[in-house]
Design a protein around this ligand. Structure first.
Ligand code: FPP
Length: 236
């Protein structure tokens, strides 16, 4: 086993922006959905790898609040990929002791998908292995607005609002903040992903398009992460 796998607390939570499916398909002169389908295959592989490595939480950005602006064909294609994924693979996740959570405003998703999400979450809720959070109709700003609204509905006083209380109103409540954020596909931005949670996260960018993202590259990033010194704004 590699040295970094044995170090404690160094790889508790990894977040990933799986970017580049469209360009990957374009290079092959295929439709964008062909790229997303290949993206799902890579996603399944990475889930297995992270779970085997003992990563505690993996959070991936599958569909953002801004992705509705894409063509009707692409949006419905992505929704149907999400539905097929849940239907076909939740049993495998369950066998691997993974806890599945969908983060985002699922009320805007179609009824069949919402039902499947609730079924999948319920099936895996008692598991004790890796927590897999899939962001679907997720936006960091929307998440924060939703949290503020709910704090007001619950009648919280200003003096009661702390980082801890706010954390408890986020979709990601009960999980630690990401230690690493990986973005494939060459862009170097956050795109409204986990705005609050990424305050002290270490970022890793790669030109590799998501369908080509490999175990080797992930291991290299984790190894590089262990070399970085995290000071959280202080001097240690
Ligand atoms: C970004 O690539 C990718 C997405 C918007 C979708 C990500 C979804 C997957 C990888 C599939 C995973 C799905 C499930 C159900 C977990 P892009 O289309 O923006 O690529 P481009 O920047 O090259 O156009």
């Amino acid at each position: 086993m590699k040295e970094w796998v044995q170090k404690e607390n160094l790889h508790r939570h990894i977040a990933m922006i799986m970017d580049g499916n469209g360009r990957w398909a374009k290079r092959k002169r295929r439709p964008r959905l062909f790229g997303h389908r290949a993206g799902v295959e890579t996603f399944k592989k990475i889930v297995r790898i992270c779970s085997d490595m003992g990563i505690q939480v993996l959070t991936v950005y599958a569909f953002s609040t801004e992705n509705w602006k894409r063509s009707e064909e692409e949006v419905s294609g992505l929704m149907s990929l999400a539905l097929t994924y849940l239907k076909k693979y939740v049993a495998e996740l369950h066998e691997n002791n993974v806890v599945l959570k969908i983060i985002g405003d699922i009320s805007k998703l179609n009824a069949t998908l919402q039902k499947e999400i609730l079924r999948s979450e319920a099936m895996t809720a008692q598991n004790t292995g890796m927590i897999l959070q899939i962001a679907l109709n997720y936006g960091g700003r929307e998440e924060l607005i939703n949290a503020v609204k709910n704090m007001m509905l619950d009648g919280l006083k200003g003096s009661e609002i702390t980082e801890k209380t706010l954390n408890g109103y986020l979709y990601t409540k009960n999980v630690p903040d990401p230690d690493m954020m990986i973005r494939t596909g060459g862009e170097k931005r956050l795109s409204n992903f986990l705005l609050w949670q990424n305050a002290y996260t270490e970022f890793f960018f790669t030109e590799t398009l998501w369908p080509d993202f490999s175990k080797k590259e992930l291991e290299e990033m984790i190894e590089a992460y262990t070399q970085r010194e995290r000071r959280y704004g202080g001097i240690q």
